[in-house]
Each structure stands twice: as structure tokens, then as C-alpha cells.
Design a protein around this ligand. Structure first.
Ligand code: 5GP
Ligand code: MN
Length: 324
């Protein structure tokens, strides 16, 4: 592993950058990409900020959002390509194919399962968000953190910590949050945009999902499922799903929450959350070719919705004591 100071020196010494993150980006991915991209631009660098899915509508309020786009079909050359918040290289999707050459690949992430790909690597599995690591990087390298960058880092950290609630939230996270507020992040405004501006169809989706809710293992496992048919009926976008699983995790007694989403290509996206270190959902998802964190993980599993539900729920029962 490399130090943040070392990575900072490489960032300062180069000129052309591609800032990338994972498919189906979340607030940490997008906020981290924009924050690092804007900070490098202020240092006079040429910066491309690419993501397979581009900017999502619901995050389009973020400062500099117009700078983030889908990758071009014609690959380009860079001095440095940076992968942020991306547990495996193939989760960069089409964004990786747009890099014809990069002298140096940098990998900055907080997923414990990250295999440490790239030339310069900084993985902190204890950091609750990639945005938190970037704040430390920017301090170590004396990079600009103006109000726009502070807002993006705040969004990254707020969304990956469930608004500073999850167990990986530490005193340091609050200290960085406070520093970002001092540097111009407006908590009330950002929280309203993030958590109180959902499209009505997301709540209609939640209503229909709750009617598919299944409780197993004497109340320790809760799941619901989104079929392609229901998604088409409501006109849902993939981004509408983010966070809905929290309603299952929030149930008293539930240890593992699971969200099954039928995909077009004969696969099911499985999203898992745990409330206990004893139920490591990353380990469960790894059995299905996925990964993530101990308490939040996912996988894409081949099969029909009922098949995948049955296999995954059985695998959860192998891990937690379903008879208690
Ligand atoms: P979510 O459930 O929000 O999609 O993802 C939760 C966590 O699991 C994220 O940290 C994400 O990186 C990881 N994750 C989700 N889906 C996959 C997957 O298909 N493969 C891997 N390796 N990780 C995933
Ligand atoms: Mn993250």
C-alpha cells in the first residue's frame, strides 16, 4: 500500500487525469469523483470525470455535476487514471474501456474485499466512505477544498454513513463533517436535497415492494423483491432503489435485510444489509460472486427471481441460526 502523501505527489506531478468510479454509482462514488476532479482542475490539471451510468438525476444538484459524463466510445490517453470507491476493476464497466493508456493507475477505496489492483493503492477498510479518505488525501497533498468540493465530500460521507449513523461512523467522521461545514457545505440544504426530495414514484415503489415483503428465520431475515414487470409498471429508474432496503433493516429483530431486483439479462441483483458483525453479508455475497462490506454487500446472480431468492435465503440461514 502507498501513503496518501505519495499519491498526492503523483497527482501534483502529472497533467492529464481520468477520474472513474463503479457502475450503478451511489452518493459516495459520485461525490468522490466530483470532489477529486474539481480539486485537480483547480490545480490546473486536465480532468475527465467518467462513469458508465453518467450523472444520476437525483444527484444532479451536486456542484460540478455537469462535469461528470458517460465515457466516450473512442478511448483516450491519460497520465493518471484514478478508480474511486470501486471494489473490483470490472465494476468500472465501460469507463475502464475508455482509457487507452494511463501511465499510472491509482486505486483509492474503502472496500475490504478490494484486491488492491493498480500501481498506487490506498485502501482503508475502516473508513466509512471513500469521500473521507479523499478529505485526508487533500489535506496531505495541500489540495484545494473550496465550498463546491466540501459539498461533494459531504454528500459522499453522508450517503455512505446513512447520515452519520452506521457503526463505521467515528469521531473522525464527525470532525471531517464539521470541517466540511466550515468550508462551505450546507447541511440542511444538502440533507433536504438528498433525503427529502424523492420522486413520488419511489414511494409508490416502496408501497408495492412492502407488499412482497417476506419475513424468515423467526423475524431475523426480511426481504422484498422487484420484478421487471413491477419496475415497468411504475416506470422506476435503477437509482430509485437506493436506500429502500433500509426500511427492512430498520425492523426490530431483523439482522439481515435483502433486496432482490430482477435484471434484464437473466440475472438478479442482490443487495444485502446486516445489523450484526456475526452476520457477515460480504462473505455471503462472495459465495455468489459478489462482495462489498461486512454490513453492506451485493452480488449479481444468474437465475430467475424465485430461484435466486430461494438460494440466497438458504445461504443466509447457513450463517445465522435460523432456528433460534
Ligand atoms: P448496494 O447494495 O448498495 O448496491 O451495495 C452495497 C455494497 O456492496 C457496496 O459497497 C457495493 O460496492 C457492494 N456491491 C454491490 N453489488 C456488488 C457486486 O455485484 N459485486 C461486488 N463485488 N460488490 C458489490
Ligand atoms: Mn463507498
Amino acid at each position: 500500500m502507498n501513503s496518501l502523501a505519495e499519491i498526492g505527489r503523483v497527482l501534483r506531478a502529472n497533467q492529464r487525469f481520468a477520474i472513474l468510479s463503479h457502475v450503478r454509482p451511489d452518493g459516495d462514488a459520485l461525490g468522490s469523483q466530483l470532489a477529486l476532479g474539481l480539486s485537480l482542475e483547480q490545480l490546473g490539471k486536465e480532468v475527465a470525470i467518467w462513469n458508465e451510468d453518467g450523472m444520476l438525476d437525483k444527484y444532479s444538484f451536486m456542484a460540478g455535476a455537469e462535469r461528470l459524463s458517460r465515457p466516450p466510445s473512442e478511448p483516450q490517453d491519460f497520465d493518471v487514471a484514478v478508480a474511486l470507491d470501486t471494489a473490483t476493476q470490472n465494476r468500472l464497466g465501460t469507463a475502464a474501456a475508455a482509457i487507452r493508456t494511463a501511465k499510472t493507475w491509482v486505486n483509492i477505496d474503502h472496500h475490504p474485499s478490494n484486491p488492491r489492483y493498480g500501481d498506487l493503492v490506498f485502501i482503508d477498510p475502516v473508513a466509512p466512505a471513500t469521500g473521507q479518505i479523499l478529505f485526508d488525501l487533500m489535506c496531505a497533498a495541500e489540495m484545494p477544498v473550496d465550498p463546491a468540493i466540501a459539498e461533494n465530500l459531504f454528500v459522499a460521507i453522508s450517503t455512505d454513513t446513512g447520515s452519520f449513523q452506521y457503526p463505521n461512523t467515528t469521531a473522525r467522521t464527525f470532525e471531517i463533517g464539521a470541517e466540511l461545514i466550515r468550508r462551505g457545505a450546507n447541511v440542511g440544504r444538502l440533507s433536504q436535497l438528498l433525503y427529502e426530495s424523492y420522486p413520488l414514484r419511489r414511494v409508490e415503489l416502496l408501497r408495492d415492494l412492502l407488499s412482497t415483503m417476506r419475513i424468515a428465520a423467526h423475524g431475523q431475515v426480511a426481504s422484498f423483491s422487484l420484478s421487471l414487470e413491477l419496475a415497468a409498471k411504475l416506470g422506476v429508474k435503477p437509482e430509485d432503489n437506493e436506500g429502500l432496503i433500509d426500511h427492512l433493516r430498520a425492523i426490530h429483530g431483523v439482522v439481515v435485510a435483502v433486496f432482490f431486483e430482477e435484471l434484464l439479462e437473466g440475472k438478479v441483483r442482490v443487495s444485502m444489509r446486516s445489523k450484526s458483525d456475526a452476520a457477515d453479508v460480504c462473505a455471503i455475497c462472495e459465495r455468489f460472486g459478489g462482495g462489498g462490506h461486512k454490513l453492506a454487500a451485493g452480488a449479481r446472480v444468474r437465475g430467475t427471481l424465485p430461484e435466486v431468492e430461494q438460494r440466497v435465503l438458504a445461504a443466509i440461514c447457513d450463517v445465522i441460526d435460523c432456528n433460534s
